[in-house]
Design a protein around this ligand. Sequence first.
Ligand SMILES: NC(=O)c1ccc[n+]([C@@H]2O[C@H](COP(=O)([O-])OP(=O)(O)OC[C@H]3O[C@@H](n4cnc5c(N)ncnc54)[C@H](OP(=O)(O)O)[C@@H]3O)[C@@H](O)[C@H]2O)c1
Ligand SMILES: [Zn+2]
Ligand SMILES: [Zn+2]
Length: 352
Amino acid sequence: MYQAKAYSARSATSPLASTTVTRRDPTEHDVQIEILFCGICHSDLHQVRDEWKSVMPTVYPCVPGHEIVGRVGKVGSAVTKFKPGDLAAVGCLVDSDHTCPECQAGLEQFCPNLTLTYNFPDKHLGGVTYGGYSESVVVDERFALRVPSNLDLAGAAPLLCAGITTYSPLRHWGVAKGKKAGVVGLGGLGHMGVKIAHALGAHVVVFTTSPGKKEDALRLGADEVVVSRIAGEMKKHARSFDFILDAVSADHDIGAYMELLRRDGNIVLVGAPEKPLSVSAFDLIVGRRSISGSPIGGIPETQEMLDFCGAHDITADVEVIPIQKVNEAYDRLLKSDVKYRFSIDMASLKSE
Ligand SMILES: NC(=O)c1ccc[n+]([C@@H]2O[C@H](COP(=O)([O-])OP(=O)(O)OC[C@H]3O[C@@H](n4cnc5c(N)ncnc54)[C@H](OP(=O)(O)O)[C@@H]3O)[C@@H](O)[C@H]2O)c1
Ligand SMILES: [Zn+2]
Ligand SMILES: [Zn+2]
């Protein structure tokens, strides 16, 4: 075991601060990754502030971070996928049972015995897992991913959650050329959804509450932008969408979006607001519409997404920050004031 520098929250109301965490020495199937960049996902904020206490209560101290890119340091004796010095990435998953039908199908995100990258029971050391706001992490090589060499690393880190969480439902529901796809909320997930849906060939419409993001949405690949607070603009799209990706982090009226779905259209929630959303039965009945949810993605699909992003030269638009600015970044995330993902330069942890 060894001590790694990290940033943690001690309680739901305390700011993140410098600390050290215990990491295991790599076992035979493990790789140790020296973290270069870690994205800030809104899930980190929900978890740190214990906003998901009814489903996933936070265990403190909490070290968040599941958008990890780095270089392989030590490798275990049986590791075949990586050697020291290689680039490697870790997303939201660090383990699963490998035996259940979900794992056998490569859908580890549905494994009943999965281990998330932080705030989940740590099978090796006891306590809970600690995430990527840290100088290093040790994971089973099966949960480490290859990073295409052409991608900027600060911008590649957010692919590990924001990228896969949007890629997976877009692919599952067949978003492609000839389909009209909506993306609600132009934040970290939303802007990745726009880039990927555009690369898949769909007609993409962004719904934003921030009029100032209109130009950016078009630059990112949207064909149209709707400022959702203007009712008339919403009505123009009534009953026209095949698919809508809802990536909003806070309470909002999903009924307004359901009315925009055509017959058999589907709205998929990837955003995970603290409070339940209300759904009108009539919005579902009229048009035989569906509402679904989708969590991250499995390991094979995460690699497929990284390779897709490599081939299409897609990374997140990032604002690179030192770890010392993480609390300020959280405050800005709450105000929808980020273009469009914070990526922490982990070299900044060296001075702690
Ligand atoms: N399903 C999964 O596996 C998964 C994975 C990762 C994250 N998540 C969840 O997805 C959500 C989004 O994460 P993120 O990192 O993309 O967050 P983010 O960067 O903060 O983006 C959220 C966006 O939602 C919109 N928004 C915020 N408050 C709103 C309000 N009150 N009403 C309407 N729109 C509002 C804003 O977009 P505009 O300014 O354009 O309106 C904002 O930029 C979070 O709840 C997160 O926990 C889920
Ligand atoms: Zn995330
Ligand atoms: Zn399993």
